[in-house]
Design a protein around this ligand. Structure first.
Ligand code: ZN
Length: 342
C-alpha cells in the first residue's frame, strides 16, 4: 500500500522513521512521517525455513527486511539521509539492550544479533524489541491506551502475547523477558502448551483452543448453528463461526464462548490483582470475532479479582489492529533517537 499524502511535502526533513514488524507468518515494513502517519507500507510473507538451519533462515529474514526497506525508498523517493532510525518488533524473546533475538517459537532466530546486522546495512540508529512490547507501546502512544499510565495489552490470536505498561513505560523485567502472559498457568492438569508446560493461558484460550473446545462440544451435540456457520466443515469451526451462531442465540455457541471468556477472565483477574491497571487492552483475531468473550471475561474479573481493583479496571478492544506492532516500534526508535540527542 502506498499513501503519498505527506511523502511529497516532507521530503526535505529528516524526521522519517521506519517501523518493522516481523511475525511468524508475515513481515510488515512502513515509513512513517514526523506526525507518525504511515506514508508507505509493504507486507510480505515471512520466509518459511527449516529451523535446523537457524543462521541461514535468520539471514533470509534479514534480507527480506532490508529489501522491503530499500523498496520503500524507491517507491517514495526517500533518501536514507532523511530517515532518523529503524524500530523493529520481532515475535520472540529479545534482549533489547544487546539487540539480540534470543529465541523465537515461530522464527529461526537463535541468539541472532539482528540490530547490529541491520546497522551494518543502513548505519542509522536501530531499536529492537519483541512484538508484544512494541504492540503494547503502539496502543499506548496512538491507540486505546493514550493518556493511560498503567495498562496491560493482551493479544489473543493463534497464541497469546502480552505487554505491560507500568508508570508510563514498558515493563521489561530484570533481563527483558517479562509479560509472558500467555504462559501463566491456569490449570496444571490442562493440555500441553508449546512451551512444554501444561495448562498455560495460551493453550487454554487462544484461537486453536477455542476451535478445539467448540469441535468437542459439536461432536457431542451436532444440532447447532455453529457448524452451519462454518459451512458444515468441522475443520473451519472457529471463533468467528461461534460468534455468528451466538448472535442467533445458539446455546452451544454461547456455552463455549462463556467457558472461554471465563478462562480469559481468570487470567485477567490475577493480572488485575497484581498490577492494578486502569485498562486491559485486548487485540488479536479472538478480540475481533465479537464482544461476547470479552463480556464474559469482564464479568469474571468483576467477580474474581479483589476490590477496588476489580471495579475500576476497564477491558477494551485494541484500536490499531495489526499495525500496533510496527507503529509501536516506530515510536520506540523515535524515543531512542531523542534520548541520544538530549
Ligand atoms: Zn506455555
Amino acid at each position: 500500500m502506498f499513501t503519498d499524502r505527506q511523502a511529497k511535502n516532507d521530503m526535505s526533513d529528516n524526521n522519517f522513521v521506519i517501523g518493522v514488524d516481523i511475525g511468524g507468518t508475515k513481515t510488515t515494513v512502513a515509513l512513517l512521517d514526523r506526525k507518525e502517519s504511515i506514508v508507505c507500507e509493504l507486507v510480505e510473507p515471512t520466509p518459511k525455513v527449516d529451523f535446523t538451519e537457524s543462521q541461514r533462515g535468520s539471514e533470509r529474514i534479514l534480507k527480506l527486511v532490508v529489501s522491503l526497506i530499500e523498496k520503500i525508498f524507491d517507491i517514495t523517493g526517500t533518501a536514507l539521509s532523511n530517515v532518523g532510525g529503524i524500530g523493529i518488533g520481532v515475535a520472540g524473546t529479545v534482549d533489547f539492550k544487546s539487540g539480540t533475538v534470543i529465541l523465537s517459537p515461530n522464527l529461526p532466530f537463535r541468539n541472532f544479533g539482528l540490530r547490529d546486522a541491520m546497522y551494518q546495512h543502513f548505519k542509522i540508529p536501530i531499536f529492537l524489541d519483541n512484538d508484544a512490547n512494541a504492540a503494547a507501546w503502539g496502543e499506548k502512544c496512538f491507540g486505546a491506551g493514550r493518556g493511560i499510565s498503567e495498562a496491560i495489552c493482551v493479544t489473543i490470536g493463534t497464541g497469546i502475547g502480552g505487554g505491560l505498561i507500568i508508570n508510563n513505560k514498558i515493563y521489561r523485567g530484570s533481563i527483558g523477558c517479562a509479560a509472558e502472559i500467555g504462559h501463566m498457568i491456569i490449570d496444571k492438569n490442562g493440555p500441553r502448551c508449546g512451551c512444554g508446560n501444561y495448562g498455560c493461558f495460551e493453550v487454554m484460550a487462544a484461537g486453536p483452543a477455542i476451535a478445539k473446545r467448540a469441535q468437542a462440544a459439536i461432536a457431542k451435540k451436532p444440532n447447532t448453528l455453529v457448524l452451519k456457520m462454518a459451512g458444515g466443515d468441522m475443520d473451519r469451526v472457529n471463533g468467528e463461526s461461534l460468534a455468528l451462531a451466538a448472535a442467533e442465540g445458539d446455546e452451544l455457541a454461547l456455552k463455549v464462548l462463556r467457558e472461554v471468556g471465563e478462562i480469559v477472565g481468570i487470567a485477567f483477574a490475577s493480572l488485575v490483582n497484581i498490577i492494578n491497571p486502569e485498562l486491559i487492552i485486548v487485540g488479536g483475531g479472538v478480540a475481533e470475532t465479537g464482544d461476547l468473550i470479552l463480556k464474559f471475561a469482564e464479568d469474571t474479573v468483576r467477580n474474581c479479582a479483589i476490590k477496588p481493583n476489580s471495579e475500576m479496571v476497564k477491558i477494551v478492544k485494541a484500536q490499531l489492529g495489526n499495525r500496533a506492532g510496527l507503529m509501536g516500534a516506530a515510536a520506540l526508535i523515535r524515543e531512542e533517537i531523542k534520548s541520544r540527542n538530549d
